[in-house]
Design a protein around this ligand. Sequence first.
Ligand SMILES: [Zn+2]
Ligand SMILES: [Zn+2]
Length: 250
Amino acid sequence: MYIREKCYDIRELAKSNLHVHTSFSGCAKPEMRMKEMVRRAGELKLEVIAITDHFNDPSTPILEKNMCDRFVLENYRDGVETRFIFGAELSAVGVGKYLDSPEVNRALEYRLYSANHYHLDIWEQPEDKSARGYALHTLAVLTELILSRRADCIAHPCIGGYVHALGDDKGSLTRAIPDNELGDLSSLARDNNVAWEINEGEAIEFADFSERFWNIGKEVGVVFHFGTDAHTLQNMDTFKNMSVLEKIFK
Ligand SMILES: [Zn+2]
Ligand SMILES: [Zn+2]
């Protein structure tokens, strides 16, 4: 399911933040509690927020957690009009390998998948540890994931930022994916109603790739979602780096 319609105006896309963690994710700040987050959403006048906590263990009580958050939200909404969607940042840990059960997957309101948290022990690594080796592995994982119909959106797609084996040149992974392969993957996502995330931080760090991916996506007609991957209240703001983003996403 798409949260946003097809749109190629970055300022419009940034009216929603579709990648936000609560303190339930160990990596997020304790301040990321629903009560504070609702207040912050109102301050920022965000249209939609997707709550996407990590799901790195099959026993994660994500549905129960989302239910509690929804309860708090409704009690502290206090006139804030932001629509909240309760999903998860799910894990595609290898080709055709997922940690969420089909039941959990179906019950979530928004299924944002990460396919490239290669820094975690639970992630499958390719035998070929070169940039091209990781590129081929990433493409295989994403192709299977898109065809599985489990995902609504792919988080920080293709980015090699978490691959230790690439050393300091994390951009080498995406440089090892030629335009025609990105075009095929984008067409597949479009045909299966899977959106691509524009992840604010990664987009700026890997600006060349982001621009290429955006242009190919526009040509093919994919849907983009925007998220800051917020782990702090400060970082829920989708417009703080807009002048930089506007140069990339033209
Ligand atoms: Zn992630
Ligand atoms: Zn995240």
